[in-house]
Design a binder for this molecule. Sequence first.
Ligand SMILES: *Cc1c(COP(=O)(O)O)cnc(C)c1O
Length: 404
Amino acid sequence: MTPTSWQDADQAVIVYTYARYPLMLVRGQGTKVWDSDGREYLDFLGGLAVTTLGHCHPEVVSAVTEQAGTLMHVSNFFGTMPGIELAQILTGNGGLDKIFFCNSGAEANEAAIKMARKYHARKGRPDKYGIVTAEGSFHGRTLGALAATGKPALREGFGPTPGGFKHVPWNDAQALRDAVDENTAAVLLEPVLGEGGIQIASQEFLTAAREVTTEHDAFLILDEIQCGLGRTGTLFAYENYGIKPDIVTLAKGLANGLPIGAVCAAAEAATGLQPGDHGTTFGANPVSCAAAVATLKVILRDDLPGQARSRGAQLLTGLREKLDGHPAIKEIRGRGLMVGIDFHSHAKEVLQACRDRGLLANVTADTVLRFLPPLNVSAGDVDQAVDLVAAAVAEAAGSSRAAG
Ligand SMILES: *Cc1c(COP(=O)(O)O)cnc(C)c1O
């Protein structure tokens, strides 16, 4: 289809939830994707931190193909091996003790919140249902996850959302300590805000979160849906902080593109959910789980957390060398391969100039140009991306030396 004809067809039959870029993608391989005109792009959006190993990674493709031809779905009335193997890999590598599988990030957070609340209710404390999260956080679009999300605008027109949620200013350890009380069921935080614009939690903030939840017999839930699975330089982002959460949620990059979500829970927290308490038809789907097993094996075997550290440092340093001090830019920040350029102005124009030059990324939190490339991105691809971004900034926001 020509660009206009696919856009017309799209608008005729798809609910207009997404303001799409004027691009239809038809094929991907590694860090590259191609559009319907045959144009090649360097993909530094990574399907929103999903294609951890790049597009169509051969080991994932063959695991999916084989599982799809063996057993595709049976329901959770039966055990299946891919889910067990995936849970073994997760729990053996920092994913706490027990896993609940679902199909997306929002569902993982819903399940984590339900697990925390039901745990306390089961202990005879039905009033201990409060959930404390951070302003600027993003936890998903279902009503419970939306109540947790620290962006009030996203809730507008959808109320009433579930009650019992409190939001504290990001990285304000004292406000967090003050917000937690005997009726708090859990504190839910992202170690690095993703949709919130690549904001890294301070050590003080997460230490306070761990301490205050322990003091009040509440759970610490970390949402690692975007920042987990090696992206910030360790398999679990919490490892950067020397703390241990009670529950971690995963999704996005877990199966390199197939839908999956996971709640990793410490043994005690996991007792919150008992038979009949919660469920999902597609959870632990064998094909998604087989894809995730293959993905995690490559992440661990090839030390992709280490790669994320070195390629991430290269990306951050490269961008800073070319762009620090540019009048349109407020800050360039990141951890591992979660990197953002925070603009005073022109973020969207720079994004479009990147796309015109063959680089895909996105703008989040209005002003932050965000990069979430695959963890196995090559040094050459990172250098190329840095050059493309620098050229895009010069074109769309003026040259730093001349303008500054
Ligand atoms: C994307 C995201 C979610 C929601 O995941 P979905 O799969 O879109 O429901 C939740 N938390 C964080 C941190 C995310 O980045």
